[in-house]
Design a protein around this ligand. Structure first.
Ligand code: HEC
Length: 121
């Protein structure tokens, strides 16, 4: 296992390609098809972090782009460029359904000092 990882490093391969996405050291963008188009169009006005900290569906990303085009002076894209950007963002920074833990059960919660004796648990 360690030898395989060392060999991977030696060959310039990621040791755990399925777990760790390769990031561009300059912007932090996940390296995947279209990332350079996003770098070229999405880091002129604000940090790439504003992009990488966000996530959402294709519709969500499109609505952000339209908002920036309407209000913030973002330039229009031709259809191909827009599709490349949306494909990249919605797959590399897609909706995070499973990212939140489920709520705690009532018996695992701390004592609620505001609970009235008459209320149910
Ligand atoms: C012409 C300037 C400009 C460009 C280019 C630009 N943005 Fe923005 N963007 C803004 C401004 C201004 C804000 C608001 C910043 C703030 O709230 O501090 C913003 C905010 C955002 C936000 C945060 C939205 C929120 O909900 O708070 C995201 C995400 C974002 N941009 C993504 C992108 C992406 C993706 C691209 C490339 C397609 C892009 N930006 C290109 C100007 C730009």
């Amino acid at each position: 296992m360690i030898r395989a990882a060392a060999l991977g490093l030696l060959l310039g391969l990621s040791a755990t390609p399925a777990l760790a996405a390769e990031l561009d050291p300059q912007t932090g963008f996940i390296i995947a098809p279209g990332w350079e188009t996003v770098r070229n169009n999405c880091t002129a006005c604000h940090s790439s972090k504003l992009v990488t900290q966000n996530s959402g569906s294709r519709e969500h990303w499109l609505s952000l782009i339209r908002w920036m085009q309407d209000k913030q002076g973002l330039w229009p894209f031709d259809a191909n460029t827009e599709a490349t950007i949306l494909d990249y963002l919605s797959s590399a920074y897609g909706p995070k359904e499973g990212a939140r833990r489920p709520p705690l059960r009532a018996d695992q919660l701390p004592e609620n000092p505001y609970r009235q004796p008459s209320e149910p648990q």
